[in-house]
Design a protein around this ligand. Sequence first.
Ligand SMILES: C[S@@+](CC[C@H](N)C(=O)[O-])C[C@H]1O[C@@H](n2cnc3c(N)ncnc32)[C@H](O)[C@@H]1O
Length: 318
Amino acid sequence: MLTNKRRPKTKSQRPEAQNEGGNDSIPFASDNSIEPSRIVDLFTQEFKHILESPDLPDFIQEVKGQLYNREYISAFNSDDKRFAYASRWTPARALSYSSLFGSLSPIVELLEESESEKKVLCVGGGAASELIGLAAVFCRLKESCSTSESSLSMDVVDIADWSKIVNSLTNYMKRTWIYKPEKLSANFINSDILTDDYNKYSDLDLITLLFTTNELFAEKKTDTIKFLQKLNHNCKSGSLLLIAESAGSYSHITIGTKKFPVQFMIDMILLGKQGEDNGPWELVEQSDSCWYRIDEKEIEYPMKLENMRFFYRLYQKK
Ligand SMILES: C[S@@+](CC[C@H](N)C(=O)[O-])C[C@H]1O[C@@H](n2cnc3c(N)ncnc32)[C@H](O)[C@@H]1O
């Protein structure tokens, strides 16, 4: 297991994060983000016809069964299934990520800066949760300085074709959440990150791998290691990398005959040998178990919005 040796060297700067008996928690609503009720409105308005479709429950059941069996590629192989996933699971995840991004000082500082373009890559982000979470923080931080020159440009790479979902949700946010729509953009790239020749790593300020690293390891272990090494070689100094996955045994991977927590493997590649910390990244924020809980009194959505428990690690390139 990970030990305290891996604790970030910098003092934790999570004003909004709390610790409850070994479990961290992030608030239902972050002051640094658009309010949860407005995030949920995005789905009830933009996905109105999907939420009202009599076929929706069947598609949700089909996706749920395939995800349970870890058949990730088949789970997202049609627009009907992707819209079903995005209407059923993306809202709670987008709420959770808006709180997480709004609670992590390095990410808030990045999005708060008022002059330059901020470039983000969301790997496996087609279902748009992290796109909405980041936009919710960016748009809130720009509300008080509508003349700010800074912009947020997100590349979303996913092996399944989520283009319709990314475009529809991004257009809503541009219309509704921001004074200057041209300052917010999302570019969807339908490709396998493990074989893609994406060549903009050196321009990126932030890379997110949210609930995607396990899938990559499950698909191709060696190529996933090579992909993380590509980040080691190509990302610029100061860039951030955020990784999150389910907390607990669901996030174990098998190497040879042994099972490891996936974060053990990731740390080896990014931080170097334990105790030596001679890798190209340093760990700046982390939680091995973090709760995000939905306050059902505050929002209304026609389907269940689940609480989330996950581990996260925010790395910064040295
Ligand atoms: C469990 S979903 C997570 C969705 C989203 N990141 C979130 O946290 O809500 C994993 C995503 O990774 C994508 N994915 C899996 N393998 C991939 C690969 N090799 N390259 C790019 N995307 C991949 C899947 O299509 C899916 O959209």
